[in-house]
Design a protein around this ligand. Sequence first.
Ligand code: ADP
Ligand code: MG
Length: 369
Amino acid sequence: MGNPPSAPSPDVVLEVQDLVKYYPVKRGVVFKRTVGQVRAVDGVSLALRRGRTLGLVGESGSGKSTLAKVLVGVEQPTSGRILVDGIDVSAMKRAQRRELRRRIQLVFQDPYTALNPRMPAGEIVGEAYAIHPRLVPKGGRARAVRELFDLVGLNPDHVNRYPHQFSGGQRQRLGIARALAVKPQILICDEPVSALDVSIQGQVINLLERLQDELGLAYLFIAHDLAVVRHIADEVAVMYLGSVVERGTETEVYEQTRHPYTRALMSAVPLPDPSMRHRREEIVLSGDVPSPAAPPSGCRFHTRCWLAPLVAGAASDSADVTIDEPAAVPAVCRTDRPELLPQGPPDHLAACHFAEKLTENTTRAEAAR
Ligand code: ADP
Ligand code: MG
């Protein structure tokens, strides 16, 4: 089952089509055999626009980091296509691929473990010049590193300090400087502020926004909650158990939420407009994300969905929805994997059999009707 391919567009710099990454589950001590598959990423389609930010949100274990690793080439996809400037990455020759690795850089989640503690900060930032020697001539590298320090708001006189001599926020600046050293076009930011104090998070996000304006970078900005992404993202994709369940512009996803999972994540986001607050119900999802080694049948969200039982309850005295006892979830939710389909605007997609029940700010009681 594939998501609808997006129309080729010159402003799309990175496109992912039906991307799949399975990890084998092995058993046995001497003779290892594969007994199953962890479906970490299971059919994701996304487009990243030049100079824009796509926010990717989902609980821990939904496959965000795996997707990031496939995009930067650390992991090979099981299937699916990655297109950069419209060119299929799998068809690229070695030299082209090395050039591609330069253009797509990763900013890590944890600035405490991502930096070699025994290397001076300046060497860490300039390390990639050894791999891409033609980028900056040898004699100009020390100056280039100092300029990078300045660019990300670090003191260029601190190039000889070691990572432990920097604060958490400064270390994330180092991580960003290192990614920028090779003059990339795309930054994959995997929860770049999750390990930082809330007071520091805003500074790092502001830095990323300024760098985007100055350098025209495209970002895939990964986070586990919607609040962090709202400020920076132009478009948002919400991932659950290996697939995208909703995606659209920031305004569409936040203000016209059409997937019950997104709605649940949204209920934790502070509302800017106080007059809307009485419309907001807190939705607490029960249980953890199921194992991607044994995902639920049909809609993968049906085991935790708050909407499906309401639809089933409302339909129990009418004949338009088949109810699957004992779970009291409409049968279709247990049997059919919903496709990502347009909801109103063509670029707002949601994968829910009952997405039409969720119109603007419907309360749970209204959705049940
Ligand atoms: P997220 O970043 O959204 O928290 P991850 O991509 O890290 O999610 O993980 C998605 C799922 O894939 C998890 O269940 C995780 O345990 C599993 N996974 C990640 N890497 C591996 C691996 N190398 N081998 C087996 N399973 C993995
Ligand atoms: Mg992760």
